[in-house]
Design a protein around this ligand. Structure first.
Ligand SMILES: [Zn+2]
Length: 644
C-alpha cells in the first residue's frame, strides 16, 4: 500500500479576477503534490471556493444576478484558470454544494448539543451601507468603516459563539508537542503568543444576512465564515456521511498538509484545530503559511496599475516561465516581489541561458561527435567526473529535505546550482579539445554521457516545478519513460541516450529591453495583449443566442433604489401595453434624470426577479472597462423594435 498525502489550499473567496500573487498557494501545492506523486505517494489535492457571505450577496445584487448564478460563474472561471495553469487538483469543493452544507449543519448542531457552541450577544461596530460588523481594532480613524470609510454605530446582535477558551490549554500543549505543526517558526511564535494573550469565544453565526448555511435549529441564523469555510477540508472527504472512504483514507492517512497565506494563519492554527478537538477528530495536519507577492511599490493594486494577471504571463511567455518565477522568487518565510525586470531576467538567465542552453549544447555535441547516440563507458573516467557525480548526489538529498519542509524555492536554488556545476563540467573537460584527438574518443563519450545523465537527473527533479519543460527535456534527450521516475535517481542508471537530431530551445532567449517595456505597458493596462482571450471552451450556439429577445426600450422614469445605493429603478417603454420596471446596477455611473428618454437595449424575456424588494422585468445591455460603464443606446429606432 502506498503512503497517502492529502494537501489543500484555502478555499478562494470569489471577490474578483485572481492576480499572480493570488495563485501562488495553488501553484505551490501543485508542485508539492506532484513531488509526492513522483515519490510514489497516493496523493489527493483539494481546492475550492468559499461562496457565502454578505459581500457576495451584495455583488450579485449589483450584477442583477442571484448569488448562486454569480458564484457559479466565478467557480467556472476559477476552475478554467487552474486548468490553464496545469493544476492537478483532485477535487474542487464549493461551500454552496449540498455535500458541504449538510456536513456543516450537522457539525453545528452537534456542537450546540455538546455545549461547545452557545447563544449569546455580539457587540460590535456596525456599518449600515456595508451591513457589516467590525471590532474596535478593525475600525479606521474616528470609528469609521474599514471598507467604505463611513461612520459606524455601536450595535448588538444575537449570535452563536464557539468556546475557544475551553480548548486554549489543550491547543497550546498540542503545538508544543508537535514542533512541525506550524511552519515557518516565525508564524508559529506569532500563533503561540496570540493564544497566550487568552482566547475570546468566537462569534460563529450572523442574523444580518441570508446568503449562508442556515442553522437548522434556529434558521434566522446563518453559519458565519469560520465554521463554514474551514469545514471544507473534511466535508470534501465525506466526513460524517455514509460514504466517508476518502475521509478514512486521507484524513486518517499518512500526511495531511494545509497551505495558507500568512494573513489567515490564525483561522487555521487556532479555530480549525479547536473545531477538530471539539468534534473529536485527530488534528493530524501540518500547516504551512507563506508570504505574499507584491509589486515594487507595495501591494499589487488595480488603481496603481500594478496588478499582474496569470493570463498575461502565460499568453506572452508560457506557463512554465510563470510557475518557475512564482516558485523560485518567494523566499521561505518571506515575501516576494514581482517586477517586469526580475521576471524577464529569471527567464533569460536561469531558464534560457543556464538550463535551456545546457540541454541544447549537450544534444548538439552528441549529434556532432557521436551521431546522436552515446553509451556509458565505465572504464573511462575524467578527474572532473567524481565532483559532478557527488554534486548530483548532494542535490538529490537536499532537494528531498527542502521539498519535505516546504522550502520549494531552496529546492529550486539547489537544482540551479547543479545546472551551473554541469555547465562548469563542460569547461573543465573541454570536449572540443578531446574531439580533435581520435585517441580520446572514449573519454569524449564518457564526458557526453555525464552531461546527458546529469540532465536526466535535473529533468526528474524539475518535474514538479516545470512539468512541460521536463517532459520536453526527456523527449529531446531520448529518456525512456522508465527512467523518468524518482527511484531512478542514481547516477549511471540511464545507460545510453539517443538524442533528437535537432535540439529545440526549451526557453527562447528574450530581448530584455523590449520585453520589459512591453510587460510594463501590459501591466499598466496600455497594451491590447491584456484583453482576455475568448473562452473557446464555452461557445454559444445560434439557438442559445436566439433564445434571448432583445428590444429597444425608452426610459420613461428613473429613480434610486430605496434600499440599495448601487441600483437604479427604471420604468421603460418597450412598445408593450405597460411599461416594464427594470432594476439596473448602474447608479454609480448614471444620475437617474440623465437617463430619461434614452433609448436602450433591453432583454425582455428573462424571468422576472425581485431585487431588494423591487421587481425587475428585464435587463439592460451595458459595456464596461476598469474606469467606466456605459449603457448601449440607439438613436433612430423606436420602442419595441427588435434587436438582433
Ligand atoms: Zn462601510
Amino acid at each position: 500500500m502506498n503512503k497517502t498525502y492529502y494537501i489543500t489550499t484555502p478555499i478562494y473567496y470569489p471577490s474578483g479576477k485572481l492576480h499572480i500573487g493570488n495563485t501562488y498557494t495553488t501553484v505551490f501545492c501543485d508542485a508539492l503534490k506532484r513531488y509526492k506523486a513522483l515519490r510514489g505517494y497516493d496523493t489527493y489535492y483539494l481546492t475550492g471556493m468559499d461562496e457565502h457571505g454578505k459581500k457576495i450577496e451584495t455583488v450579485a445584487e449589483e450584477r442583477n444576478l442571484h448569488p448562486l448564478d454569480h458564484v457559479d460563474e466565478m467557480a467556472k472561471e476559477t476552475r478554467a484558470l487552474w486548468d490553464r495553469m496545469g493544476i492537478t487538483y483532485d477535487d474542487f469543493i464549493r461551500t454552496t454544494e449540498k455535500r458541504h452544507k449538510t456536513v456543516v449543519q450537522k457539525i453545528f448542531e452537534q456542537l450546540i448539543e455538546q455545549g461547545d457552541i452557545y447563544l449569546g450577544t455580539y457587540k460590535g461596530y456596525y456599518c449600515m451601507p456595508c451591513e457589516s460588523f467590525f471590532t474596535e481594532t478593525q475600525l479606521g480613524d474616528n470609528h469609521t468603516c474599514p471598507d467604505c470609510g463611513r461612520e459606524t454605530s455601536q450595535l448588538e446582535e444575537e449570535s452563536y459563539f464557539l468556546k475557544l477558551s475551553k480548548y486554549q490549554k489543550r491547543l497550546l500543549n498540542y503545538i508544543e508537542e508537535h514542533p512541525d505543526f506550524i511552519t515557518p517558526a516565525s508564524r508559529k511564535n506569532e500563533v503561540v503568543s496570540f493564544i497566550k494573550q487568552g482566547l475570546n469565544d468566537l462569534s460563529v453565526s450572523r442574523t444580518t444576512f441570508d446568503w449562508g448555511i442556515k442553522v437548522i435549529s434556529n434558521p434566522k441564523h446563518v453559519v458565519y465564515v469560520w465554521i463554514d469555510a474551514l469545514s471544507n477540508y473534511i466535508s470534501a472527504l465525506g466526513y460524517n456521511t455514509d460514504h466517508d472512504q476518502l475521509f478514512q483514507k486521507y484524513w486518517h492517512g499518512d500526511e495531511v498538509v494545509h497551505v495558507t497565506g500568512k494573513d489567515i494563519i490564525r483561522f487555521h492554527a487556532i479555530y480549525w484545530p479547536i473545531l477538530l478537538m471539539a468534534l473529536d477528530i485527530p488534528i493530524n495536519f501540518r500547516l504551512h503559511a507563506h508570504g505574499f507577492y507584491q509589486a515594487k511599490e507595495g501591494k499589487m493594486s488595480k488603481s496603481k496599475g500594478s496588478v499582474v494577471y496569470p493570463d498575461t504571463i502565460i499568453n506572452q511567455y508560457g506557463l512554465d516561465e510563470l510557475r518557475y518565477f512564482l516558485l523560485r522568487e518567494l523566499p521561505y518565510g518571506g515575501d516576494g516581489i514581482f517586477t517586469p525586470e526580475s521576471f524577464i531576467e529569471r527567464v533569460n538567465y536561469d531558464l534560457a541561458n543556464d538550463f535551456g542552453n545546457l540541454l541544447n549544447r549537450t544534444i548538439s555535441m552528441i549529434n556532432k561527435y557521436f551521431d546522436g547516440h552515446i553509451s556509458r563507458n565505465p572504464d573511462e573516467t575524467h578527474e572532473a567526473d567524481q565532483a559532478l557525480e557527488s554534486h548530483i548526489e548532494d542535490t538529490i538529498k537536499q532537494y528531498k529535505e527542502n521539498m519535505e519542509t516546504f522550502k520549494v524555492s531552496e529546492a529550486i536554488k539547489g537544482l540551479w546550482s547543479l545546472i551551473s556545476r554541469t555547465n562548469k563540467y563542460i569547461d573543465e573537460t573541454t570536449p572540443w579539445v578531446l574531439a580533435k584527438d581520435l585517441e580520446q574518443k572514449d573519454m569524449l563519450e564518457n564526458v557526453m554521457f555525464h552531461l546527458a545523465e546529469s540532465l536526466r537527473h535535473i529533468g526528474i527533479l524539475l518535474t514538479p516545478i516545470l512539468p512541460d519543460a521536463s517532459k520536453d527535456l526527456f523527449k529531446q534527450l531520448g529518456v525512456h519513460e522508465k527512467l523518468q521516475s524518482f527511484d531512478t535517481l542514481s547516477f549511471g542508471l540511464g545507460k545510453s541516450f539517443e538524442v533528437v537530431k535537432k535540439p529545440n530551445p526549451l526557453f527562447p532567449r528574450l530581448d530584455s529591453e523590449k520585453e520589459i517595456e512591453k510587460l510594463k505597458s501590459i501591466i499598466r493596462g496600455e497594451h491590447d495583449e491584456d484583453i482576455e482571450p475568448v473562452d473557446e471552451t464555452n461557445l454559444a450556439s445560434i439557438d442559445d443566442f436566439n433564445k434571448l429577445e432583445l428590444r429597444v426600450g425608452q426610459v420613461l422614469q428613473a429613480r434610486y433604489h430605496p434600499n440599495a445605493d448601487k441600483l437604479l429603478v427604471l420604468s421603460v417603454d418597450t412598445g408593450e401595453k405597460q411599461p416594464r420596471q427594470i432594476v439596473a446596477g448602474i447608479a454609480k455611473h448614471y444620475e437617474p434624470e440623465t437617463l430619461i428618454n434614452k433609448k436602450l437595449i433591453v432583454i425582455v424575456n428573462l424571468e422576472p426577479v425581485t431585487l431588494r424588494g423591487e421587481q425587475s422585468e428585464g435587463m439592460l445591455l451595458a459595456g464596461s472597462n476598469k474606469e467606466s460603464m456605459e449603457v448601449l443606446t440607439v438613436k433612430n429606432l423606436n420602442p419595441g423594435d427588435h434587436v438582433q
